[in-house]
Unconditional design. Structure first.
Length: 152
């Protein structure tokens, strides 16, 4: 659904669009603050605006749910990387003393690109959501947007 809200630059509509955008854009703080900063900002916006504006309430709640989901996925990705990295060191720790670093070490180290890529993707999608909300569009995140809109 791509419902457009009041796009006038005056009064409450502009303020509502700004707050909805800030709720989405707070995800940029996620990787910098262990996801706490973005979650707190989205939660505060939702609490303050939940009775003032249906648009802000819906967008902030989606941003909050998205950031919680992103936190879970990112933690799982980093845990998976840590396990892979430790396993890549096993041949080095228990094998004969090598003259060079084993190739498994480089594979384990290179696999760090997966959780980093997930974090970058999370931020880019949130920036897009904030931009769309700032334009007054009802932005919905893939997978969770419809669920959040239907449940709340």
């Amino acid at each position: 659904m791509n419902e457009t809200f009041d796009n006038s630059e005056t009064g409450r509509a502009a303020a509502d669009r700004n707050m909805a955008a800030f709720a989405h854009w707070s995800a940029v703080l996620g990787p910098l603050t262990n996801y706490v900063g973005g979650l707190v900002i989205a939660l505060v916006i939702w609490v303050v605006y939940r009775d003032r504006s249906a648009f802000v309430r819906q967008q902030a709640l989606q941003a909050l749910a998205y950031q919680l989901l992103a936190l879970g996925i990112t933690v799982l990705a980093w845990l998976g990387w840590a396990v892979l990295y430790v396993l890549s060191l096993v041949p080095w720790m228990f094998g004969p003393e090598p003259d060079t670093v084993p190739w498994t070490f480089w594979v384990g180290l290179g696999s760090m690109i997966i959780p980093c890529g997930i974090s970058i993707l999370v931020v880019l999608v949130a920036i897009w959501g904030g931009w769309r909300a700032h334009q007054g569009h009802d932005f919905r995140y893939p997978l969770i947007g419809r669920w959040v809109a239907d449940k709340f």
